[in-house]
Design a protein around this ligand. Structure first.
Ligand code: ASP
Ligand code: MG
Length: 425
C-alpha cells in the first residue's frame, strides 16, 4: 500500500483537483490519499477563528470568502450537477455555523482546532465526490476517528497504540483499494478535534505509513523534488535525487520548507521511503529519502530563513547562564510556542534565533525583561549551508554583517543583517 499526500497548493483550484485525479487514475495498487485544505483556506479559517474568538465584525465576511472560494471550485468541477456535493458541503457549513453561533469557550487553542479542521473536511469531501463522478471512487475516512491524540490543541501528540488499532480497522482495503482522508487534523478519545501543527499534513501521511506499514509515501509538491537551494533566491540550483533520513531531518530542521520536520521520524522508524515529486510534472522522478548504505556526495545545500528575531539575554544580576536559567527561558519559549532555530551561550549571555512574530513580540520580551537585559535584532536572516566549503562561506558572507556564526563538520550557520542592534533599554 502506498500513501500519496497532496498539499493545499496542489488543490488550489479545479485544475488542481483534475490534476490529482490524473495522477491517481493510473494507479492499480492500494492507495491512501491524504489531502490538505485547498489553497490558502487554513489561513482564511485562522482569520475566521480570530474574528469568532474576539467577536469582531470580520467573521461574516471571512466565512463568505471561504464559502465563495469552495463554491467556485465546485461549480468548475461539477457544472450544474452539484446537488450531492452541495448537500455534503452544506452539512459541513451548518456544523461550522453552529459553532460560530455559540459563545466561544475561554480556550483559544480548542476553538482554533474545531474551526480550522473545516479546511481539510471541505477539501476531502469535494475531492471524494469528484473522484466518484470520474468513476474512481475513493472511500472517505474521517481521520479524527482514527488518529487519536492527547488534548494539546494545535500541537497534539499522537497515541500510537490506539491510533494503530483504529487505523487498521478503518483502512482494511477489503471492499476498496483507494481511500481519501484529511491531513493535519486528528481527534481525542472524547471526540474533540485536534491538529498536529501548521503544515502538518506531511506528518499525517508519515504517521499513517508507520501505523499501517505502507510501502512508501509520496508528497506531491509544486517543486521538482528536493532542491539544493530555493530557486527563487539562488541561481543554478539542482535537484538532489537521493537523500538519507539523517540528511533530510537535518535539512528540514534547519528550515528547508520542502517537508515538515516531524515527517521523517515515523518513516525512518519503519524504513519507509519518502518520495518528493512534482504534481506539475508527474512523469519526472523527483527525490527519494530513505536509508542509504553508500556515503553520498551531496552538493552544498543552502537554506535561507528570513524574518528571524535574534535575541541576546544577559542576567541583570550578573549570574551565569546555567541550567536553571536555561530551563526557565525554555519554558517561556514553550509557553509562546516558539521554536529555537539557533542558540549560543557564553558565561552571562544566551543568544537565540526564533521566527519573528509581531503579535506576541512585546509580551514575550516583557516576560524576560525583569530578569534579563534584552538586546534584539528584528528582521535578520538565518543562513545555513550544509556541505560547505570555505569559498562558499566567503562568497555568501563577505558583504554581510554577521551577528552569530556556528560551524560544525557539515553545517555552517550565520545570522546576518545590515542593521545595527536595537535595545529595549
Ligand atoms: N492545511 C494545513 C496548513 O496549511 C496543513 C497543511 O497544509 O499541511 O497548515
Ligand atoms: Mg495547507
Amino acid at each position: 500500500m502506498d500513501i500519496f499526500k497532496f498539499g493545499g497548493a496542489s488543490v488550489k483550484d479545479a485544475e488542481g483537483v483534475r490534476n490529482l485525479f490524473n495522477i491517481i487514475n493510473t494507479r492499480k495498487d492500494n492507495l491512501i490519499i491524504v489531502v490538505s485544505a485547498m489553497g490558502k483556506m487554513t489561513d482564511a479559517l485562522e482569520v475566521l477563528c480570530n474574528a469568532y474568538f474576539h467577536k469582531t465584525e470580520e467573521a461574516k465576511e471571512s466565512l463568505q470568502h471561504i464559502i465563495d472560494f469552495h463554491r467556485k471550485i465546485i461549480s468548475d468541477l461539477f457544472g450544474s450537477h452539484t446537488e450531492e456535493v452541495d448537500a455534503a458541503v452544506g452539512k459541513l457549513y451548518r456544523e461550522l455555523q453552529e459553532i460560530l453561533n455559540s459563545e466561544p469557550s475561554l480556550c483559544y487553542d480548542y476553538e482554533y482546532d474545531r474551526i480550522i479542521c473545516f479546511g481539510e473536511l471541505l477539501s476531502t469531501t469535494i475531492i471524494a465526490y469528484y473522484l466518484e463522478k470520474q468513476g474512481r471512487k475513493a472511500k472517505f475516512v474521517d481521520i479524527r476517528k482514527c488518529l487519536i491524540t492527547d488534548q494539546n490543541y494545535r500541537n497534539a501528540c499522537i497515541n500510537p497504540e490506539l491510533s494503530a488499532q483504529l487505523c487498521r480497522k478503518a483502512f482494511t482495503f477489503q471492499d476498496t483499494f483507494m481511500y481519501i482522508t484529511q491531513g493535519f487534523i486528528a481527534g481525542t478519545t472524547t471526540n474533540q478535534t485536534t491538529t498536529l501543527g501548521r503544515e502538518g499534513s506531511d506528518y499525517t501521511a508519515a504517521l499513517l505509513a508507520n501505523l499501517l506499514d505502507a510501502e512508501n509515501v509520496t508528497i506531491w509538491k509544486d517543486v521538482p523534488g528536493i532542491m539544493n537551494a530555493d530557486p527563487k533566491l539562488y541561481p543554478n540550483t539542482e535537484i538532489i535525487g537521493k537523500l538519507s533520513y539523517k540528511e533530510a531531518i537535518e535539512l528540514s530542521n534547519c528550515g528547508a520548507k520542502v517537508i515538515h520536520p516531524k515527517t521523517i521520524k515515523p518513516l525512518q522508524n519503519k524504513g519507509i521511503p519518502l518520495y518528493v515529486r512534482s504534481f506539475l510534472y508527474p512523469e519526472s522522478h523527483g527525490s527519494v529519502i530513505r536509508e542509504m548504505d553508500e556515503k553520498l556526495k551531496l552538493p552544498p545545500i543552502y537554506i535561507d530563513k528570513a524574518n528571524q528575531l535574534l535575541l541576546t539575554l544577559s542576567p541583570r544580576d550578573f549570574s551565569f547562564i546555567a541550567e536553571e536559567k536555561l530551563s526557565r527561558i525554555f519554558a517561556t519559549l514553550a509557553k509562546y510556542r516558539l521554536r529555537l532555530n539557533l542558540m549560543q551561550n557564553s558565561a552571562i549571555t544566551f543568544s537565540f534565533c526564533i521566527d519573528h512574530n509581531e503579535t506576541i513580540f512585546e509580551s514575550f520580551i516583557n516576560e524576560l525583561h525583569d530578569e534579563y537585559e534584552v538586546l534584539y535584532n528584528k528582521n535578520v536572516r538565518l543562513l545555513t549551508i550544509r556541505h560547505y566549503t570555505d569559498d562558499i562561506i566567503h562568497q555568501l558572507t563577505c558583504n554581510k554583517n554577521v551577528l552569530v556564526e556556528q560551524r560544525s563538520r557539515l553545517t555552517a550557520r550565520f545570522v546576518v543583517t545590515n542593521d545595527t542592534p536595537e535595545s529595549e533599554n
